[in-house]
Design a binder for this molecule. Structure first.
Ligand SMILES: NC(=O)c1ccc[n+]([C@@H]2O[C@H](COP(=O)([O-])OP(=O)(O)OC[C@H]3O[C@@H](n4cnc5c(N)ncnc54)[C@H](OP(=O)(O)O)[C@@H]3O)[C@@H](O)[C@H]2O)c1
Length: 324
């Protein structure tokens, strides 16, 4: 079969479309004929050798996909740690979910990582639950990289939860597009400091939660954007820099920092099932719809990865792996 192979560690240019051995399912695994694969920032890090738990090259790339389960012809979308960018994958059945009716393979491939991660970010922030039952004003959430894959999913979920959302991006054009999805306050961090912007927009009070995936100085800055008892959910380090945080900053306002890693949570069956119950209900009510910004053929995997690395993507980047 054809597959996108990480031949050696490096930049996106090391990706090659090659013949690879057909996957051999282990007992209990399912075989899926893959039609499309969702590209994640984690894939970019994996090629660079910066993703924990990944075997050394040569390795078939890709961690999420949509296609057809060979056993029964069911259209499925799935999550794996690698080997998804190939014509076939052998994978764990509990991490396969039915593609919602009417969705394309590209939309299915854009769902699992973004929506489970965004869901768990609200869960970690303590913001899930019926908005009508929560007292007081809407919760305020600052979402970094709001125009990206996880960011756009977080905006769709935040809208359902009645959140007041603030989001950062490098581009006015991207921010205008996310505002159409329901983001109320776009902050272009190339033009103004987001900490100052949050102060101004919230009358000096701050937000209840920050979804933080930049690392470096942004962890401390995000804590400074919180109001009393606020939470920063850390789930990435796109800058490649180690988090800078003086924990004394947390004392003053009873704030906290929580970690979130889907790789780890995906092994917790009950949590994943609970999340899917809510996500699939919202999806069948028509509230969630993956924002697919770019679809490229598998031969253009290098270009697809570069879109994320160079901040040129809007929403999800998807690779087409087999016909039609
Ligand atoms: N912990 C987990 O389980 C988990 C799961 C999924 C994703 N993540 C993390 O969440 C983040 C978003 O992932 P994604 O796949 O949805 O990617 P994405 O947000 O679609 O793409 C990355 C975006 O980050 C922004 N960005 C800001 N600083 C950047 C930098 N120094 N280098 C590159 N991009 C930068 C860019 O948007 P602007 O130009 O608009 O700023 C870029 O488009 C990543 O850090 C990823 O590792 C973590």
């Amino acid at each position: 079969m054809k597959a996108i192979v990480i031949s050696r560690l490096g930049g996106p240019e090391v990706l090659e479309v090659r013949e690879a051995p057909d996957p051999l399912p282990e007992p209990g695994q399912e075989l899926v004929r893959v039609e499309a694969g969702g590209v994640n920032f984690a894939d970019v890090l994996t090629v660079q050798g910066g993703y924990p738990g990944t075997p050394p090259p040569p390795l078939v790339a890709g961690r999420e996909f949509a296609g057809v389960r060979e056993r029964d012809g069911q259209r499925v979308m799935g999550y794996a740690q690698w080997a998804a960018f190939a014509e076939r994958i052998a994978t764990r059945p509990e991490l396969l979910w039915p593609v919602p009716p009417g969705w394309s393979a590209e939309e299915g491939a854009a769902f699992p990582v973004n929506y489970f991660t965004a869901y768990f970010a609200y869960w970690k922030a303590g913001l899930l639950g019926d908005p009508a039952r929560r007292k007081g004003e809407p919760p305020r959430v600052l979402i970094h990289a709001v125009a990206g894959g996880v960011g756009t999913a977080a905006v769709q979920i935040g809208k359902l939860l009645g959140a007041e959302m603030y989001g950062t991006s490098s581009s006015d054009d991207k921010l205008a597009r996310v505002q159409e999805l329901g983001l109320q306050h776009g902050i272009n961090y190339k033009q103004r400091d987001y900490e100052d912007a949050i102060k101004g927009l919230t009358h000096g009070e701050g937000v209840d939660a920050v979804f933080e995936m930049l690392g470096g100085e942004h962890v401390g800055k995000s804590v400074r954007c919180l109001r009393d008892f606020g939470r920063v959910i850390v789930y990435g380090a796109a800058t490649g820099q180690r988090a800078e945080l003086d924990t004394r900053m947390l004392y003053a306002k009873g704030a906290s920092v929580h970690g979130l890693w889907l790789t780890y949570l995906s092994a917790k069956r009950e949590l994943m099932d609970e999340a899917w119950k809510q996500l699939s209900a919202w999806t069948s009510q028509g509230h969630l719809h993956p924002v697919v910004g770019h679809v490229l053929p598998m031969t253009q995997a290098t270009a697809a990865y570069r879109l994320l690395l160079e901040r040129r993507n809007f929403g999800k980047v998807v690779l087409r792996l087999t016909g039609p």
